[in-house]
Structure formats: structure tokens, C-alpha cells
Design a protein around this ligand. Structure first.
Ligand SMILES: [Zn+2]
Length: 659
């Protein structure tokens, strides 16, 4: 590494230990390249050090072997200028270093300009400024901080002088409080690191941003990118900023307590109707919908309201709000869902629909659960994206696709889709129903809950509280002249028996089971109490499914794995000496996750006469499994390996889902 960059930069290499930290503190570099974790140091010790005043101005690039979003997010929140995953190309690293150096030069230019402005305002002399600049360079603090600390100017005079020279307003943070809508736009760590405080949104839609250094164009740029708003900087004093941060982001402090008293006098309902709170909640949901999230989790912690969202099955950090905004936000969501905002000790459910800023109407399911620091609220965003247009786009290929198509083309028989929660069973069922529906078939469903509305299909949702169970709904609809029946889930022998009876009496019946593979589904039905001969007679096809994230094609990168490593990882027997696969990277198109969308892994077993005989004879699951393998039926794992080698998904993702 050092040798590669020797021609352009002075490179110093340090191992990640205590000496390295001391060196950093004593002689700050212009740019730091760092790992995310070292053997001898706590994972984020270096990153935390970079947030101390002396090193705050030093840009750092994180190099990591880890490709998960959490590491990326940690580095990002800690203020990394950039992030590179290993193995990387030296040219990429060189470009990132050049970029970091350029930004640092811009900041330095800003500082020189600040010095000149202060001299021009007559507040300090040229000599004083130069001396301060030299000291500032040594300890990494901002020029303004140095001048104030040295007693050359007062905080207040400095701000007034700059305001006059730059023609921008002064914000007295002891008088002006940020509006919740503005404060919610940036995460706490960002605010503290960049020393900027979002104050309000002006009539023109621009974000009014209090800054201790309004010449810091790099921070302005970052805020503009993050909030997608024009930024109108106003200037505030360093001490005012520190005090405001301690008020808005700390659990302690006297001013905070005073504000708490006021807040408690306010009616929570009124707070929830506050226009800015409404805007925050709407914005949050709109953002989650545009990122194709399936769930939003609002999690009260000791000092913040933490918000995460699930995208393609995996949780990602989304926002953080100061704790005092929590009651308003939670109440607002409960009002939207028609829930009782006064009830905070018992879990509640609600539902609503919302038109996002993008004009999309989404259905939402809300649920609240009391937790240590307040109510934990989950918002499920019901599927609005169009269904996959074909069975092939679900991920079914070759033999599996052919077997499944044959099974659904027949007018009768039972078809089971099995797999754990969140494996895409519903999407497969809905896509199949959408494809087989026609003017000549009558399709009924019984579901818990209805996850997606299908045009031209009669959908019923079970309501156990009023006695409408799967069994009861099924009993009435078999008398209502159906052709196709979809039973959301078989949980008891009564429902299983009715579904099987319908399948042997001329209906096509779809259902799901929570089992791991095709053979264990048969076993589960028998275990439930369904006679083996009925299972053998009724069911025609069993599909076992898993869901993996698709690699983002815009940023995935090739990678090779040796056979020994492949087997060590638990991927099974290596097909070759060296496997060519792809790794996730992360780019703008995939929100930095490296993945875009999902695809199913399938095992499709159709039951021929020989298999039916085996089942009717009460064979063990292992025997059935062996018979399936003998017929060339691929397991979900095998389907997954094929998709890894094709570059559709990564081996890391396969291990996450299969293991
Ligand atoms: Zn990407």
C-alpha cells in the first residue's frame, strides 16, 4: 500500500494498536485510511477518535472486508469521507484519496477566507489572524474557536462581524428552537460532527441551517444531498450551538427538564396534530415506500427514537429523532391507524392508507407494543409494487418451472407452497392466481390477513374474534361453486381435511405450510392427523421456497473462491477447483446495500403414482426425499448455488437464508 502511493503522498503506516492512536493524536495526517476493525482495538475506537476536536477536520476513508450495510452505515454516521470494500482496485482508492484531499483544501480555503473577513471587519489584525491560523493548523480546531479561546474576540462579536461581512442572518439559538420537521431531517451524529443545526423550512422550501462556520461549503453540500433541499445558512455562536445540542439531544441538562415540563402540559393529541409532526410522519413513510421497504420500525431507546426499515428482508437504519419528539410521532401514527392514543400499556393494531409524496396510495398495517422506553410501533407497508409478470420472474427455471406449470394447468388437485415466514409464499400464490384467473373460473381465497387485493377474485379474511376461522370460511365457500380455492394456511386437521376433500372432488386447491422442504410437508399433514391415503390422493405438487436478495447489477463485483474455502463456508461440495461469484458493493441505485429486489429459490416436487404409493404406505420423510432426488428434483439449496454461480445472488446471501 505504502509503496503504491509513495510517488504522490507521504505515506505513514501504523498497525492498529494503542501506539497508532497516540500517533494520530500527536501528528494528525491530511487524510487517514483506516480499517473498520483491528485485532488490538475496539471496532470503532479509531472512528471515535476521529470525532475528537483535534482530528475532526481530518477526512478518513474506511477500508473494510465487511460488505454488510451495518458497517457502511457505522462508517457513514461516524463521518467517513468514503468507504471501500476489500478487495479494491488501487485506482479506486487513489480517486477517493484525491477527492478527500480536495475537500480538505476547500475547507482550508474557507478558513483563509474567514481570516480575511475578520481582518476586513476590523475585529482582529492580520498578525493575530495569522498566528491563530498557525495554531489552528496544529490542533485542528476551527479558526473561530481558536480566536475565541485565545480571548481575541468574543463569540458574540465574531458572529456579528461575520454576519455583516457575509450578509447572512444571525440565529440566537438561546431564543430560536428548531422545528421538529427540520430537526428530523438530519441524524444526531451528523449534526454534532458537522456543527450544523437544522432550524426550520422556509416558505420557499429551503432548509434554514444554523452553522458555526457558514463558509463550510462541504457541510452545506452534504446537507443538501442528504435532505434534498436547498440550504439557507445562518450563523450561530459555538457556545450557542453546544448548548442547543445538549438541549435537543441529551437526556440530561436543566433546559431540557424545563422543556419537558412544558411538553407535559401540552396535550399529546394536540402535539400529534401539529403540522410539523404530520409532515415528519408522512415524509418518513414516503421515504420508506420509495425505498421499497416492507416495514418501518419505530423503536424508542433511552435517548432517541430510532427508526429502521426493512428492505428486501433486511433491516436498515433510517432515522433518529430526539426523544422529546417521540410522543408526538407515536401519537400521530396511532391517530392515523384509528388506535386509542390514551392506551399505552396494551398492544394495539390499526390500519390506514396514505398517499405518499410520490402520489402512490399505500395500505398500512400498524401495531404498537409497550416497551421499556415507550411504545414500539411497527408499520407494515402492504405490497404496492406490481406482481412478477411470469412464473419465471419469480425465479422458477427449467425442470421446476415445467413441473409447476403442469400442476397448475390441471383442473383439480392440491398444491402446497411451503417455507418459513417471509420466504415469498404469498407472492408465488398471488402470481399464480393472477395467471390462472379467467372469465371461466371462479376463484375464492381465505386469508389471514389479505396481503394484496386481486381483481376478479373473491377474497375473505378470517376473523377469529367473531368466529370466522379458516375451517368455517372454507366450509361455506366449497358450497359456493368454486373452481379454484386458496387457503392461506393450513394450521389444523379440520382445515387440512376440508382442503384435501375439495382437492379430490374436482377443485384446484392452493395452500401453504410452515415446513422446510417438500418431503417434510407430507410428513406434517400426516402428523396433523390426515390419513396417509388422503394425503396421497389429494396432493399433486409441493413447492418449497426461499427468498434471497438479488445482487445489484450496477455495482456487483467479481470474486473468486477456492474449493476448500467454498466447502469451509458450508456451501456444500465445490463444483470446481475455483468458483467465480459476485460480491455486493453498494451504489446509489441500491441505496448502498449492494442488492436490488429479490428472487425465489425453489424445490418443485410433483407426485407420480410411485410416490403416491410410498406416501399412502406411510413412508418416512427421508425415504420420500431420496425418491425425489432420484427423480432429479433440485433442492432450494441447489437452486441457490446455481443462482450464486450465475451471479444472480451472492454466496453470502445464500448462507444467510439457507443456514
Ligand atoms: Zn448497486
Amino acid at each position: 500500500m505504502a509503496a503504491y502511493f509513495d510517488d504522490t503522498y507521504d505515506v505513514e503506516t501504523r498497525r492498529g494498536d494503542e501506539n497508532a492512536l497516540r500517533n494520530l493524536r500527536e501528528r494528525p495526517p491530511d487524510v487517514l485510511l483506516t480499517e473498520l476493525a483491528f485485532a488490538a482495538l475496539e471496532s470503532d475506537e479509531v472512528l471515535r477518535l476521529m470525532n475528537t476536536p483535534g482530528l475532526r477536520g481530518v477526512p478518513f476513508v474506511v477500508l473494510s472486508t465487511r460488505t454488510d450495510f451495518a458497517s457502511f452505515e457505522t462508517a457513514h454516521r461516524m463521518g467517513a469521507a468514503d468507504f471501500l470494500t476489500k478487495p479494491f482496485r488501487f485506482e479506486d482508492l487513489r480517486a477517493k484519496i484525491r477527492d478527500a484531499v480536495d475537500r480538505r483544501r476547500q475547507r482550508t480555503a474557507g478558513r483563509l477566507k474567514l481570516g480575511a473577513l475578520l481582518v476586513a471587519s476590523g475585529l482582529v489584525s492580520q498578525q493575530q489572524t495569522e498566528a491563530a491560523l498557525a495554531r489552528q493548523k496544529a490542533d485542528g480546531r476551527r479558526l473561530g474557536e481558536v480566536l475565541v479561546r485565545d480571548g481575541l474576540v468574543s463569540d458574540h462579536d465574531l458572529v456579528q462581524a461575520l454576519s455583516g461581512q457575509l450578509h447572512i442572518e444571525v440565529a440566537d439559538l438561546r431564543q430560536v428552537s428548531p422545528t421538529p420537521a427540520a430537526l428530523g431531517l438530519l441524524p444526531r451524529d451528523f449534526i454534532i460532527r458537522h456543527r450544523v443545526l437544522p432550524l426550520s423550512i422556509d416558505e420557499a422550501g429551503a432548509l434554514v441551517l444554523a452553522m458555526t462556520d457558514p463558509l463550510d461549503v462541504v457541510s452545506i453540500d452534504e446537507v443538501r444531498l442528504r435532505t434534498k433541499r436547498k440550504v439557507r445558512p445562518v450563523i450561530c455562536t459555538e457556545s450557542g450551538f453546544d448548548e442547543a445540542v445538549s438541549i435537543f439531544f441529551s437526556t440530561r441538562g436543566k433546559l431540557r427538564e424545563q422543556r419537558d415540563d412544558e411538553a407535559q402540559q401540552n396535550d399529546e393529541a394536540a402535539q400529534a396534530q401539529d403540522a410539523s409532526i404530520i409532515e415528519i410522519v408522512d415524509g418518513l413513510i414516503s421515504d420508506a415506500v420509495s425505498m421499497k421497504a416492507s416495514d418501518i420500525h419505530l423503536e424508542p431507546r433511552e435517548d432517541v427514537l430510532h427508526v429502521r426499515c426493512r428492505i428486501d428482508g433486511v433491516l436498515h437504519e433510517l432515522r433518529e429523532y430526539p426523544a422529546q419528539m417521540q410522543p408526538g410521532i407515536i401519537s400521530r401514527i396511532k391517530i392515523m391507524g384509528n388506535m386509542d392514543i390514551a392506551e399505552r400499556r396494551l398492544p394495539q393494531d390499526g390500519r390506514t392508507s396514505l398517499e405518499t409524496s410520490g402520489g402512490e396510495v399505500v395500505d398500512l398495517r400498524l401495531s404498537s407494543i409497550p416497551s421499556l422506553y415507550g411504545e414500539n410501533v411497527t408499520i407494515r407497508i402492504l405490497e404496492v409494487s406490481p406482481l412478477p409478470p411470469t412464473l419465471g420472474s419469480l425465479g422458477l427455471t427449467d425442470g421446476s418451472l415445467k413441473r409447476f406449470e403442469e400442476a397448475i394447468a390441471k383442473p383439480e388437485g392440491g398444491i402446497i407452497i411451503c417455507g418459513p415466514t417471509g420466504c415469498g409464499k404469498s407472492t408465488t400464490l398471488y402470481t399464480t392466481l393472477e395467471l390462472i384467473k379467467s372469465g371461466e373460473t371462479k376463484i375464492y381465497t381465505v386469508e389471514d390477513p389479505i396481503e394484496r387485493k386481486l381483481h376478479g377474485v373473491v377474497q375473505t379474511e378470517v376473523k377469529p374474534t367473531i368466529g370466522l376461522t379458516f375451517a368455517k370460511a372454507l366450509r361455506s365457500l366449497v358450497r359456493a361453486d368454486p373452481d379454484v380455492i386458496m387457503v392461506g394456511e393450513v394450521r389444523d386437521v379440520e382445515t387440512a381435511k376440508m382442503a384435501a376433500d375439495a382437492a379430490v372432488t374436482g377443485h384446484l386447491v392452493f395452500t401453504t405450510l410452515h415446513t422446510n422442504d417438500a418431503a417434510s410437508s407430507i410428513h406434517r399433514l400426516v402428523e396433523m392427523g390426515l390419513p396417509p391415503y388422503l394425503v396421497a390422493a389429494a396432493f399433486r405438487c409441493i413447492v418449497s421456497q426461499r427468498l434471497v436478495r438479488r445482487l445489484c447489477r450496477h455495482c456487483r463485483k467479481p470474486h473468486s473462491i477456492k474449493a476448500s474455502r467454498w466447502e469451509e463456508l458450508g456451501l456444500g461440495k465445490a463444483p470446481k477447483r475455483q468458483m467465480h461469484v459476485y460480491l455486493p458493493v453498494g451504489c446509489g441505485k441500491c441505496f448502498g446495500t449492494g442488492y436490488l429486489g429479490r428472487i425465489g429459490l425453489f424445490e418443485v416436487l410433483t407426485l407420480d403414482d410411485e410416490l403416491r404409493d410410498l406416501i399412502a404406505g406411510g413412508c418416512a420423510a427421508g425415504e420420500l426425499r431420496a425418491a425425489a432426488r432420484a427423480r432429479g428434483v433440485e433442492t432450494t439449496h441447489e437452486d441457490g448455488l446455481r443462482k450464486v454461480l450465475e451471479g444472480v445472488t451472492s454466496h453470502l446471501e445464500l448462507l444467510r437464508v439457507i443456514a
